[in-house]
Design a protein around this ligand. Sequence first.
Ligand code: PLP
Ligand code: COI
Length: 347
Amino acid sequence: MNLSPTLSTAISNFQLPDPLGFGRVTGPVMFVADYINGAWQAGELMTYEPIALNPAATSLQFAQQCFEGLKAFWVEQDEPALFRPDENAKRMARSAERLCMPEVPHTLFLDGVKAVTQAMKPLIPRRSGESLYLRPMLYGMDTQYPLAGSDNFRFAIVCSPSAAYFAKPISVLVERDACRAAVGGTGDVKAGGNYAGSIQATRRCIERGYDQPLWLDPVERRLIEELSAMNICAIIDGALCSPALNGTILPGITRATLLTLADDLGMPALEQPIDINSLLDDIDSGRCSELFACGTAAIVNPIAVLADGQRITRLQQVDAEAARFKAALLGIQEGRSADSRGWMFNS
Ligand code: PLP
Ligand code: COI
């Protein structure tokens, strides 16, 4: 790939941090394509830099914005490979529709992530568990004081060479005050506003010594939904269980992948409502042997503690089944196992 001299220099001069961590650095490359007067313009690869945005733009005023997260892996493969980018393109199309933004054509989405991945080749980590985290985003550019929404938009992709979101088993605190999403809202799409509304509870939970809040359904506050930045899975009676998608949970691509991989691991997979009180009792009785978080950034991350107010429940088993799922997932992503379902895309 031919890069401009400025871009080549920026890439050669870039230093990766040690330890790498998650999202500690932004790669020196970005991809930008504009939607102007009803048509997508050609995309451009450029040096990562601040971009001008009118302070009265709908993305800043009204959060008319959505994003995606996906990864390029380059461990065992000859070339970096993308994991299920078609699913991210589809989810971004759903988010865009919900937020009154134009769909980013799949070819533009894929060309963009491939261009960033190829340019970033010298900076893609090759150690297992590390990858290039790509963050496509779409946002309104027009100045609007009445609530009307933009006509012109920008699609941009930034990236971060990264390890997993957490480097250890996490502890999770049931969120009893705030709600993340309601049916008919935007919880099931990847709108930045969902995350803005989650920051307060996430911070509160970190201040209390936990890693992530566990969101409950907004009506009865009884059914578990997901964590602030990842989905949740439980092993109950030997089956992989994840809360049924009910219109408020983000349909995670990792979650869907694990539910499919369960079959390969000889385990039944269930999507069902999971009551928080039953879950805590099931952990105490041993019916629920394990809990873990899953997501693009998180990969598969064991949960060691689940706390609900003063009731602090320790999982008897941590990272046995989670480790099997993680190995199966990373095996495909990193090119050690056959990709029989066509999940990996050339970059
Ligand atoms: N739920 C939330 C709120 C998330 O931010 C994420 C991360 O993207 C997920 C779930 C997991 O989704 P995926 O596996 O597609 O990354
Ligand atoms: C991802 O896993 O891609 C996410 O978007 C979670 C993010 C909030 C770190």
